[in-house]
Design a protein around this ligand. Structure first.
Ligand code: LFR
Length: 490
């Protein structure tokens, strides 16, 4: 019997079939599609109807291949949402979190609601992309979305709603709104009321692995399919990826490496200390009663954007080619703080990197190899910094670092990460979010006792590459240089 996972990332989505054979997981990608955000006027939107079309395409493929599907679940990026109107239809196209309508909005919200209070109520890091600031921005603009909207659904909730007709929130993703109170175990009515939002936008929240409906009769009819039970995965893709970390010890650190890099550890309770707030870590909800004490790092987004920029100029390189050019460039020529907000929006990324270098008194990286090297070395050094903070905040000392997600195909980044953190990196599986999504469904069906049994099977089912740290002195010195340039003092 097969289970079906839809895993939607910021630049592509996939439908993955999983089944269990001889105590191993077997997964097969049956459909992959690009996820292209669309600029309309001054706004940046997700092409949500295209995504539902691709989800249906995946269903059709299961039919053509005569696959029996025991259940399906969806995971995607966090913080973004659609609004449902009184007749149950989607109002407008969901905004992309990189749309600049939230610029300056966090500061305005913090003038109404103190940072400390928001943090003690939600445990969530302060990122301008959070749903809270997106809603505040729509409110300030007098958006019809908020006037007409009856129900707010996060992206996977929304897609699941299109499939089943059931409007239900899933816990891990709900926490990323910065309006969910993990201590009370419900939406935070104080924040919602003080912001002047409608409490009715926020409905029932269920845990990952909940049976939340069936494929609607309309879709069954349209596609000529039998009924399929629909479940919640850990619908935030990062939470799904954490499920798939093949850890053997209860104490482990992870780096979920894709467009974003998310680094942290699994904890049993949110840690709401002043230091977590000061260092802007987050306590996002995880599967099975856990929390994800982690920090967002800008990640391979910066490299992806450079590649698109060069492509527009007619310079077309694959990622392996870019990595090769980086290898030939001078080590530690210039460094950036990948989390400087200047790198958040799309656009002329290599120019911003050069400006950053010059403004911080460094030599400007000229040429493609130099820019790529600067990005990858800076990311590796930032990982070291965040890993040290994770150890400090959680009171743990990690023996190594699990790297999960598509970013592990970049073997140079894996090696440099091991060098920078001075510990082994265990890289795999690459399809972490999809595997975590399937795993939550298997656990719901009773195929595994718990997540720890499943993690053992993940470890035995997918290749894990070990990178041992090298060139310690050189990276140690570079770390000092990185801290001076990026003015990290804590
Ligand atoms: C990764 C991710 C991050 C979230 C960012 C925006 O795909 O889900 O966890 O902070 O995208 O939603």
């Amino acid at each position: 019997m097969n289970v079906l996972a839809y895993d939607l990332g910021a630049s592509s989505g996939r439908a993955v079939i999983g089944h269990l054979k001889d105590s191993k997981m077997e997964v097969e990608e049956i459909h992959r599609f690009s996820n292209d955000p669309v600029h309309v006027g001054d706004r940046l939107h997700w092409d949500i109807l295209r995504l539902i079309h691709e989800i249906k395409q995946g269903l059709l493929i299961t039919k053509v291949q005569k696959l029996t599907i025991k259940s399906l679940a969806i995971d995607s990026w966090a913080v973004d949402f659609g609004m449902i109107g009184q007749h149950g239809e989607l109002i407008g196209n969901p905004y992309h979190y990189r749309d600049q309508h939230t610029d300056g909005m966090m500061e305005k919200v913090l003038a109404k609601l103190p940072m400390k209070e928001i943090f003690s109520r939600t445990g969530i890091q302060f990122l301008s992309i959070n749903t809270l600031y997106q809603l505040a921005s729509l409110q300030q603009a007098g958006s019809p979305l908020l006037k007409e909207g009856k129900h707010l659904l996060m992206i996977p909730d929304l897609l699941r709603y299109f499939l089943s007709g059931e409007a239900v929130h899933e816990f891990t993703n709900a926490t990323t709104t910065q309006m969910y109170n993990p201590v009370e175990g419900q939406w935070d009515s104080t924040i919602i009321q003080r912001m002047g939002f409608q409490e009715s936008w926020f409905g029932r929240v269920v845990q990952p692995g909940t049976h939340v409906g069936q494929l609607s009769s309309g879709i069954r009819h349209e596609l000529g399919l039998a009924s399929i039970p629909i479940y919640t995965a850990a619908e935030h893709d990062t939470a799904s990826a954490v499920v798939a970390v093949p850890a053997t010890e209860r104490s482990f650190a992870y780096l979920i490496c894709g467009t974003w890099s998310l680094m942290g550890t699994e904890v049993q309770e949110p840690i709401l200390s002043d230091l977590v707030l000061e260092l802007n870590f987050t306590n996002e909800g995880g599967a099975y009663g856990t929390y994800r004490l982690l920090k967002n790092i800008m990640g391979l987004w910066i490299l992806q954007e450079c590649r698109r920029e060069w492509e527009r100029a007619g310079l077309v390189y694959s990622f392996p080619e870019l990595v090769q050019l980086a290898q030939q460039a001078t080590p530690f020529y210039s460094l950036i703080d990948p989390d400087d907000l200047v790198f958040m929006p799309s656009g002329d990324m290599s120019e911003r990197i050069r400006n950053y270098a010059v403004q911080t008194g460094q030599k400007s990286p000229e040429g493609i190899g130099a820019v790529v090297r600067c990005i990858l070395e800076s990311l590796a050094l930032k990982y070291r910094y965040v890993l040290e903070l994770t150890e400090r905040l959680s009171g743990q000392n990690f023996q190594g670092l699990h790297m999960v997600g598509g970013g592990i195909h970049n073997t140079l980044l894996c090696q440099w990460t091991a060098n920078a953190v001075g510990k082994p990196v265990w890289a795999g599986p690459a399809e972490g979010s999809a595997i975590g999504n399937l795993t939550v469904q298997w656990i719901a069906h009773g195929d595994f006792l718990d997540v720890w049994e499943a993690r053992r099977v993940i470890r035995d089912s997918f290749p894990i590459t070990i990178y041992e740290p090298e060139q310690f002195d050189m990276w140690e010195e570079a770390y000092g240089q990185f801290r001076r340039i990026t003015c990290i003092t804590k």
